[in-house]
Design a protein around this ligand. Structure first.
Ligand SMILES: Nc1ncnc2c1ncn2[C@@H]1O[C@H](COP(=O)(O)OP(=O)(O)OP(=O)(O)O)[C@@H](O)[C@H]1O
Length: 342
């Protein structure tokens, strides 16, 4: 069953089109990430779904009903902002129960629901605290609890982890996953952080320049990018012509490109292990080495004039060193070069 449907959604600020012809369908119980760089239009989409911004064109469906004409409070969607917007004069219980009160839910049911949500969001014992007596992470939990308790058709989360420090971010990410599993709430999670999107989602939708460029499982986007831009967004800098590096796999001289992830390139010094160097290996020279912690990033120049990015663990290379490189066949991802503009 479709919980959220966006059909040909176009959104403009004045004469500037930020989102053009967007299609998106989210099924019951799915956790979908809307991923994209800063300024891609992610918040704009969430605000439009929530009813805070009118679309210029297209339709928004929630639970099968077109909601374009409905004001925000009549839509069965809850938006949770980057910075939790809580009532400072109310305590945690009152903040969480606020929406229930507005819906005239009876007191006994409200107390029961609040108790359950405090339990599953790890806020037990904090119900009578005022908001200023909570840490940033606890405040974000209250915001989540306040949204979840309403059991909306869709929960819209706008970068809810970005104000938290890295340790807490991991904990909150795990909490959102477990809340989603427990409550089966359908969620649209906005982030610009690819690792956050890849680790949390059933499905990732990548938004670039106001267009949905690819939608699929985290593994599909990471290992099978639809085009060069998607590949680059996921850190694959090596987009290369087949004719130069893989001539036998480039029939009819077609302008085909392939991508190889930096961590998938095999690299060896060329002064030992000569026995196992066959014609699948080619020469390169290490130009630059950047230590990044778990992995080290190398820039390696090749004789056809293309620089490659290679990631390896604890390498023992130095700048200027000659190396052998190889692209394992099973790690090569092919795509077509876009048509040339006339
Ligand atoms: N009220 C506004 N009036 C005019 N332009 C706006 C307005 N709000 C946002 N924009 C523009 O719309 C584009 C998309 O903004 P939006 O905030 O939706 O991006 P985003 O993907 O959420 O970015 P971030 O990750 O930085 O929050 C940007 O170019 C932004 O400058």
């Amino acid at each position: 069953m479709e919980r959220l449907g966006l059909r040909k959604l176009t959104i403009q600020y004045g004469s500037t089109t930020v989102i053009r012809d967007l299609h998106l369908s989210i099924q019951d119980g799915e956790l979908v990430s809307l991923l994209g760089p800063s300024g891609a239009g992610k918040t704009t989409i969430l605000k439009t779904i929530a009813g805070l911004l009118p679309p210029s064109d297209g339709k928004i469906y929630i639970d099968g009903k077109c909601v374009n004409h409905l004001p925000a409070e009549k839509r069965d969607a809850v938006l949770i902002f980057q910075k939790p917007l809580l009532f400072p004069f109310l305590n945690v219980n009152q903040n969480i129960g606020f929406g229930l009160k507005m819906r005239h839910v009876d007191r006994k049911t409200a107390v029961r629901k609040i108790e359950r949500i405090l339990e599953i969001t790890g806020l037990n014992g904090l119900g009578t605290r005022k908001i200023h007596q909570l840490s940033g992470g606890q405040q974000q939990r209250v915001a989540l609890a306040r949204g979840l308790i309403l059991e909306p058709a869709i929960l819209l989360l706008d970068e809810p982890l970005s104000n938290l420090d890295p340790g807490l971010r991991g904990q909150m990410r795990d909490l959102i996953c477990s809340l989603q599993t427990q409550t089966k709430t359908t969620m649209l999670f906005v982030t610009h952080d690819q690792s956050e999107a890849l680790s949390i989602s059933d499905r990732v939708c990548l938004l670039l320049d106001g267009k949905l460029r690819q939608s699929g499982t985290p593994q599909e986007l990471f290992y099978h990018p639809a085009d060069q831009d998607v590949a680059r967004f996921f850190g694959c800098d090596n987009i290369l012509p087949c004719q130069t590096f893989l001539p036998e796999q480039s029939p009819n001289g077609r302008k085909e490109l392939f991508a190889i992830r930096p961590e998938d390139i095999e690299i060896r010094t060329n002064n030992r292990n000569q026995d196992c160097i066959d014609k699948s290996w080619f020469n390169g020279t290490v130009e630059k080495i950047i230590f990044e912690g778990q992995l080290t990033k190398l820039t390696v120049s090749t004789s056809p004039g293309y620089d490659l990015t290679v990631l390896c663990r604890r390498p023992s290379f130095h700048p200027g060193q000659s190396v052998y490189l190889r692209f394992p066949k099973e790690r090569i991802h092919y795509f077509q070069e876009p048509p040339e503009e006339s």
